[in-house]
Design a binder for this molecule. Sequence first.
Ligand code: HAM
Length: 420
Amino acid sequence: MSTFSAPRGTYDLIPPDSAAFLAVREALAAGPRRAGYGYVETPGFEHVELFSRGVGESTDIVTKEMYTLTTKGGTHLALRPEGTASVLRAALQANLHRAGGLPVKLWYSGTYYRYERPQAGRYRHFSQVGAEAIGAEDPALDAELVILAADAYRSLGLTGVRLLLNSLGDPECRPAYRAALQEFLRGLDLDPDTLARVEINPLRVLDDKRESVQRQLVGAPLMRDHLCQACKEYHEGVRELLRAEGVAFEDDPRLVRGLDYYTRTTFEFVHDGLGAQSAVGGGGRYDGLSELIGGPPLPSVGWALGVDRTVLALRAEGVDPALPPGTRVFAVPLGEEARRALFTVVTELRRAGVPADFSFGGRGVKAAMKAANRSGARYAVVAGERDLAEGVVQVKDLDSGDQSPCPLDTVVAELRARLS
Ligand code: HAM
């Protein structure tokens, strides 16, 4: 191999595409930031047990997809495959749940790692923006989160995102449903691996994508028909709030998620332009997770939205996210004296908040003007010895081609005014 390339299932974010990625990340985070969620950042790796206990011993994420390592000191660590367990751990460790009122509302943005079979939209290193509301049981909190996510997709200009909604019950009603489902599944014609799954995690069988399995699942008992009164009322409360706020959703009684911690509300945002990896975001309630990882009872709810897949969804719809302004002014100095004068102009423009760039490396005027055009700037500021002798620089409008002299000592104010 003559050069290195990025590992399988990963990709580099580089200009110009990286600008859209950044804009998407900001748009997804804007909702929680406006809704009282505080920023949290946790390590990229954690003790393996946090995820095996939190996400679930029998999930694909833990059994097949976790990047684990043993340190020189013998500690077993895992690169984080998701954010919820880490964020809850951090909140518990810092006693945030005792510091003030509940819920503790946190948002985060980071990269996550899963050793999955790479394909379009499925990577081994990917980005999420997440939000978690810890320590409160209130249908309005579930609705708040769902609405924030739905509004984020809409703010980006996406029209093809669908919201799937389900309730997975609670420790009161799920055991009886689980038993009924197992009873049904044991009677089917399934391969040994799937039969083993029936015993460990029967709900996951509902999520089996194979046609041969799906065909047999017609008539399988559904959680919806086994919810206890409290879960039924809770779920109806969430649905009512979503309807009242005009957020469209589809009831999907077969929606199960790939992580074991969910109770009651679960949801997924899907986009039909993405092929098999259609989930652009997902989440739900996880009322028992805190106790699973050693904390007090803290009913909680949250979501994580996939940045990579949201970018792909925008591309599928042909929508360009609004980007913050790039370079607005590009300086083209002709000669050493002009380089010093225009370097000062560029520095002052930047200090005044105007994105500006400079022709570095002493190239000729032709190459420098080409760079100015490529930069996307609206104005080029050009100066040579003769201009400076007269105390002026040339301001060229790169859109119209018009050029006029401007006094050197007022050019920053002039450009600011023209660009505002
Ligand atoms: P998740 O459904 O595993 O949930 O992931 C959330 C989103 O991350 C997915 O909908 C998808 O957009 C993106 N994603 C997941 N895996 C990949 C991958 N291999 N490549 C690209 N994108 C991917 C969670 O992670 C939960 N922690 C969500 C949550 C928060 N539940 C409660 N709070």
